[in-house]
Design a protein. Structure first.
Length: 70
């Protein structure tokens, strides 16, 4: 579980989500995390973590919009 604390649009099709996990996330380069949002319950999408967790445990996901994507 985690909370999105920032949403930064970098371009028309790319956004960076900053997430505060409810507990520190063990991190390995290339690791993916499954993400579900309340708008679409039980629909999971894997995202690659864009950074090693910072001292404050925040992680970033870079999300690209795709045609006909949710």
């Amino acid at each position: 579980m985690g909370e999105i604390i920032a949403h930064d649009r970098r371009s028309v099709s790319v956004a960076v989500l900053t997430i505060r996990p409810d507990k520190p996330l063990p991190y390995r380069p290339g690791q993916y995390v499954p993400v579900q949002v309340t708008k679409w319950p039980r629909v999971w999408r894997p995202y690659s973590i864009a950074n090693a967790p910072r001292a404050d445990s925040l992680i970033e996901l870079h999300v690209r919009a795709v045609p006909a994507g949710w």
